[in-house]
Ligand binder design. Structure first.
Ligand code: SAM
Length: 258
């Protein structure tokens, strides 16, 4: 059965997305490992290393779900802190780090809160769980040093509204990082990926989580997300067209020489 996502009207999308994540919340972390073969861990590590978090930072992780990205940010902050503690000139070490995990779905956040307790982070003041919509954030202007959204933006109904909100809450010079799945264009790999995502993922969803349709949605939502801008064929096209533009100019020979 197909989820029929393509026929879903804009106004119904948030309802549909809400149902999907309510259904998948309890198996979410296991399924992430199964579906990506553990790769999502490396992608998230990369995201956090690009973010370069620091002690005392105010950070907002939107569509933060079960807290995976926020836990990694906090771990990095703590290890930076441990290394820097010897240097007394570091004033910001005493400032409280605040990492907000914002998600529209309370079920995902509840799983996250339980995971925080399991990790011994239940009491930390640095992790703040907040139910909220990426399109209308409940945070003041210019209040965040960082904003991340991992595997979240394709689920948002109006991406442009989420981007305007990200820009509003970020301080000048604050960092915006978005991690998202997109299209595979490399010929042979594309076939393998199509088979994997259309046949295997929904089947694993049914087997492990007893829910084929939610996983069908997740796969379809990746297809609907805009492709990468600079993929290889496009890059080659741009380079060639640029070459075509400058070529006639370069070969012009003045009449007097000809
Ligand atoms: N960032 C987490 C991770 O990487 O593991 C969770 C990603 S999960 C695929 C997508 C999350 O986006 C879900 O938890 C869902 O509830 C949330 N979401 C969907 N629409 C949202 C919106 N408009 N505002 C905030 N969160 C939203």
């Amino acid at each position: 059965t197909s989820f029929g996502f393509k026929e879903v009207r804009e106004e119904d999308k948030s309802q549909l997305v809400g149902n999907v994540f309510t259904n998948v919340a309890s198996n979410y972390d296991l399924m992430n490992d199964l579906m990506s073969g553990g790769l999502h861990r490396l992608w998230k590590e990369r995201l956090v290393s690009k973010l370069n978090p620091f002690p005392g930072m105010k950070h907002l992780d939107v569509a933060g779900g079960t807290g995976d990205v926020a836990f990694r940010i906090l771990e990095t902050v703590n290890s930076v802190k441990r290394r820097a503690i010897q240097d007394p000139s570091n004033d910001n070490l005493h400032e409280e780090t605040e990492i907000y995990v914002c998600d529209i779905n309370p079920n995902m956040l509840n799983v996250g809160k339980k995971r925080a307790v399991e990790r011994g982070l239940g009491e930390t003041k640095s992790l703040i769980w907040a139910e909220g919509d990426a399109e209308a954030l409940d945070f003041p202007d210019n209040s965040m040093d960082g904003y991340t959204i991992a595997f979240g933006i394709r689920n948002v109904t109006h991406i442009e509204k989420a981007l305007v909100e990200a820009h509003r809450v970020l301080k000048r010079g604050g960092r915006f990082l978005c991690l998202e799945l997109s299209h595979v264009d490399v010929p042979l790999l594309k076939q393998v990926y199509d088979y994997y995502s259309f046949s295997i993922i929904p089947a694993v969803g049914e087997l492990v989580a007893g829910d084929r349709e939610s996983y069908q949605y997740l796969v379809e939502s990746i297809r609907r997300f805009p492709p990468q801008v600079l993929n290889l064929p496009l890059l080659m096209f741009l380079l060639t067209s640029h070459y075509n533009i400058i070529h006639p100019v370069q070969i012009q020979i003045p009449d007097s020489i000809g």
